[in-house]
Design a binder for this molecule. Structure first.
Ligand code: 3PG
Ligand code: MG
Length: 396
């Protein structure tokens, strides 16, 4: 990475504004945090700063409150979890700018941590408002961006603050960029990409960009329905995005041209409903009943994918193989997660629901790297420049 990092600047005794991505998944019914990986991922940066006696001010958004204070979207529960993980008190604030916050910042001692309130309670955050960025910047002496998961957003706390403060990458940001960048630059071959998930439109840029790097592309999940349809299979009642078939046909042509071996499911689990009230049935891909929806890959497909994955030296995985939040439709995803955890290959997982599934299975430590970025990792692998990275100081 050609950007300066927190290691390149003096932080001792300084007020360090650290942008983190504590937009954690929560249980919609109870509000409980279901995956704290994004907290654990910034611990190296936090520990680095604590050891050097910085005064740490954490900035984050949470969910999409759309510029208003929403009680259920306060960051206090996240602060509590951070306190438990760090074994160190983390103070929280009721806002992210203003006199109260200034007072709390002024009271910070070396090594203290203050987590400011959800940035998105202010509409100015998402509008990349100059005045708001300046107000945030006035709270610190230097700025560290460790929020890889938000680096694709040109928001005040991401691309605005660097106009007013020395701005460098945190250790997570550095690791994400170097690891995902390594996939595009010099992957060990055979390089296999395993793609799933519901939406293809979000992933087209990544698919195109990765197409001339990979040797094989294994397709499951909702994405498989699209590719099967593009190959004229009957996909039953599976819903697909409008106009996506033309794109899929183009991607298949591109794969052919680049000698990329695309493997589609040979069997799938289908169900009439997707609410979890049914168990579904396994059918061959040429025998999908017209009233049934594809909800997972089948066991024969798991075998086919397994053979390919076992030959690989690099594996990149993004997107679940079925409706993984429903246990009976999660078998394909779980089988491949377990397989990946045992491979000798370099295994890199794109964020979002794939990362959550892996964390829930307790397999995150068995992968080479699990990205904390969902949308950000897709845009980065799609070859796009991320505003949060562009804004940081270049290495000199
Ligand atoms: C994410 O989880 O995708 C990031 O935190 C960014 O959030 P957003 O998609 O609401 O901008
Ligand atoms: Mg998102």
């Amino acid at each position: 990475m050609n950007k300066m990092t927190v290691r390149d600047i003096d932080v001792t005794g300084k007020r360090v504004l650290v942008r983190v991505d504590f937009n954690l998944p929560i249980d919609i019914k109870t509000g409980a945090i279901t995956d704290d990986s994004r907290i654990r991922a910034v611990l190296p940066t936090l520990k680095y700063l604590i050891e050097r006696k910085a005064k740490i001010i954490l900035l984050s958004h949470f969910d999409r409150p759309k510029g208003k204070v929403i009680e259920g979207m306060r960051l206090a529960p996240v602060g509590k979890r951070l306190t438990e993980i760090l074994h160190k008190p983390v103070a929280t604030a009721n806002d992210c700018i203003g006199p109260e916050v200034e007072k709390a910042v002024a009271a910070l001692q070396a090594g203290d941590i203050l987590l400011l309130e959800n940035l998105r309670f202010h509409p100015e955050e998402e509008n990349d408002d100059e005045g708001f960025a300046r107000a945030l910047a006035s709270l610190g002496d230097v700025y560290v961006n460790d929020a890889f998961g938000s680096a694709h957003r040109a928001h005040a706390s991401i691309s605005g603050i660097p106009h007013y403060l020395p701005a460098v990458a945190g250790l997570l940001m550095e690791k994400e960029i170097n690891t995902l960048g390594g996939l595009l630059e010099n992957p060990a071959h055979p390089f296999t990409a395993l793609f799933g998930g519901a939406k293809v439109s979000d992933k087209v840029a990544m698919l195109k960009n990765i197409m001339n790097k990979v040797d094989s592309l294994l397709v499951g999940g909702g994405m498989a329905a699209i590719f099967l349809k593009a190959k004229s299979y009957n996909i039953g009642a599976s819903e697909i995005e409008p106009d996506i078939i033309t794109i899929a046909i183009e991607l298949i042509k591109r794969a052919d041209k680049n000698h990329v071996n695309i493997l589609l499911p040979v069997d799938v689990l289908v169900s009439e409903k997707v609410d979890g009230s049914t168990v579904g049935q396994v059918v061959a891909v040429n025998a999908i009943p017209s009233d049934q929806i594809i909800v997972d890959i089948g066991p024969k497909t798991v075998d086919v994918f397994q053979k390919e994955l076992k030959k690989s030296k690099t594996v990149f995985w993004n997107g679940t193989m079925g409706i993984a939040e429903i246990p009976q439709f999660a078998k394909g995803t779980q089988a491949l997660a377990k397989l990946l955890s045992r491979l000798k290959a370099k295994t890199i997982v794109g964020g979002g629901s794939t990362a959550e599934t892996i964390a829930a299975l307790g397999l995150a430590d068995k992968m080479t790297f699990v990205s904390t970025g969902g949308g950000a990792s897709l845009e980065f692998l799609g070859g796009e420049e991320l505003p949060g990275v562009v804004a940081l100081h270049d290495k000199i």
